[in-house]
Design a protein around this ligand. Structure first.
Ligand code: HPA
Length: 274
């Protein structure tokens, strides 16, 4: 597994350009790129200039790392998430997580756009991810990693990737701020095509509250690297068959933009207060 490991060269390249190592990282989902605006003293690094960083090809995803501060917290935002549906391996798509881990990030917030399956969710709903279903691989995200069995058994305790204590405090904070949030289970489908009605009926039956094309590989990789992980979905649309519209990427981006204000306030508070 040497390809897409973070090299000394990549680390040096980044460290030469930033002022301080970041403590908190955020990976930004579709239509949520502007969340990075909350950071001050920004240093922007184009990901294509970082040695070994895989390329992203999706519309609306700029490949950039934005380092900065929010009050006294040092943060890094990843704009332009990498997706497995682009033809990348899981290992390639999780390169940014390993890079952040090597830079010393301890807390990772994963945001995404998702289709709502739970009938109580409407477009614009914010959902904390309490658990996930890996529907894309049919095997562990980390299959292929060469680990001694004893190491593997030590990571078994992290079979739950999301930090529920952090999530609980985040939900409480949102309540105090008057931002309404829900929580639920996120199902990862490979994409890039949206689902059929029959698939969504099956996902509902399996217990999924929302469906999307990202986040799960990153959550697993981050928790295996010892980070605490928070997952936050923006429900941008009702999943196929639950609304009367056919789905398109533009609509997903537009709803993302509409909830941007609440999300920005929330993310800022999360970073400073939790
Ligand atoms: N399905 C899968 N991924 C998505 C959706 C959806 O309906 N909306 C936003 N991302």
């Amino acid at each position: 597994m040497n390809e897409f490991e973070v090299t000394e060269q990549a680390l040096e390249f980044v460290r030469e350009r930033i002022n301080d190592d970041p403590e908190t990282g955020l990976i930004l989902g579709s239509g949520l790129s502007d969340l990075a605006d909350v950071a001050h003293n920004q240093v922007v690094i184009e990901t294509e200039s970082i040695p070994g960083y895989p390329r992203s090809t999706v519309q609306g995803h700029k490949g950039r790392l934005i380092f900065g501060t929010i009050e006294d917290r040092k943060v890094v935002f990843v704009q332009g998430r990498l997706h497995v549906y682009e033809g990348l391996t899981v290992h390639a798509a999780t390169f940014p997580v390993r890079l952040l881990a090597e830079l010393g990030v301890k807390s990772l917030i994963l945001t995404n756009a998702a289709g709502g399956i739970n009938p109580r969710f409407s477009p614009g709903t914010l959902m904390w991810i309490t658990d996930h279903i890996n529907f894309s691989l049919g095997r562990s995200i980390r299959a292929g990693h060469t680990q001694a069995p004893e190491t593997a058994s030590r990571v078994r305790h992290k079979a739950h990737p999301y930090d529920l204590e952090w999530t609980g405090r985040a939900a409480e904070l949102a309540r105090e701020m008057g931002v309404q949030t829900e929580s639920g289970i996120y199902l990862w489908t490979l994409g890039p095509s949206y689902e059929t009605k029959a698939e969504i009926r099956m996902f509902a039956f399996l217990g999924a509250d929302a469906v999307g094309m990202s986040t799960v590989p990153e959550a697993v990789e981050a928790s295996a690297r010892g980070m605490r992980v928070l997952g936050l979905s923006t429900i941008t649309n009702l999943a196929t068959g639950l609304g009367d519209l056919s789905l398109n990427h533009e609509e997903v981006l537009e709803v993302g933009r509409q909830v941007q204000n609440d999300l920005q306030r929330l993310v800022r508070a999360l970073i400073v207060k939790t």
